[in-house]
Design a protein around this ligand. Sequence first.
Ligand code: MN
Length: 380
Amino acid sequence: MKMDRRQFLSSSSMLVSAGALGAAAGTLADTAGARGAEIAPHKYRLVATEEAFATTEQANSFRQLAATQWHDPDVVMWRGFLSNEPLLNKLLDLEHERLSIMDQTGVDMHVLSLTAPGVQMLDADAGTAMAESANDMLAEVIKRHPTRFAGLASFAPQDPSRAAKEIERAMGKLKLNGLIVNSHTNGEYLDDPKFYPIFEAAVAHDAAIYIHPRNLPEHADDILHGALNLDGAIWGFQVETGVHAMRLIVAGVFDRYPSLKIVLGHMGEALPYWLYRIDYMYNVYTSRRPELRKIKGKPSEYVKSNFLITTSGVNFHPTLKYCHEVLGPENIMFAIDYPYQESAEAAHFMQTAPLPAADMEKMTHANAERIFHIAPPAAS
Ligand code: MN
């Protein structure tokens, strides 16, 4: 029965997963005025911080995985990407359609990152090599378009010490702007001390780490998958990435690395919404069992001091106003989630947010310039 169910799901889930990263993936009308979104007046400089690309090498490696019977949810998701030619073209393109959509929608800069799950499904050698070549390519394209692109470096947590070396090379020699990791690696999370060399390198090079979602590990994804379609970006991504952030907090990673900066997309993967309950229950549970308490402060204090969130995929003013009130304007950055969501709608949402102009300057670009070491445009 189980096999029958999974086989059925693997055929139906291509459609599901093509849409899982965002409704736009199905229709791909990410052009000016898509879905009726107006083009916003260009009031604030827009630096978009979670903008995906793929390399041919990455697509080819997923083509090989997709040809197997493997039902890992990220492989299933990539079967969807590979069969969706307009989406795949948008991921592989950096300098043509992407730039013209940015121009049409008033987006000044994309902070680029290799799309999920990055290099994290490969073995350590292949993952390390692919991260290096993707970072080289990113550095080249940024060199050609220094005012339009910045980039977050990939690394392979499968080999933490070589990951640390690549972080050093990417932030030093390649002058990339920060780091991207697609949440868990083979079901393991970065609070495991074996990954600490990654944090040490990140802190040494003042590199913020963007923890981007990916699908849950295969066994855990079973509760979300199937006819209800709760895997992917509707629920699974934010739950899994939120868990990753919580693990880092309660494990004491930020007491060990106080200057470490973690970036979460999707308005903070629900953490801001649950702050009160997280603090309340952390206190209840650790009062009963003091051995569980591994951190000096309240969980919410680390969310405010060590995390920034981005607006990716949540073009909704009430959520932005709430996060602005709870986390402050220093801790929020604009993002689109190109090409999975529409640039016009995201730009319009951001340019028209009903918040003070000084705070809008921070959220639309100044925080990104500060956190990701992006030079502000020369004064005209
Ligand atoms: Mn994304």
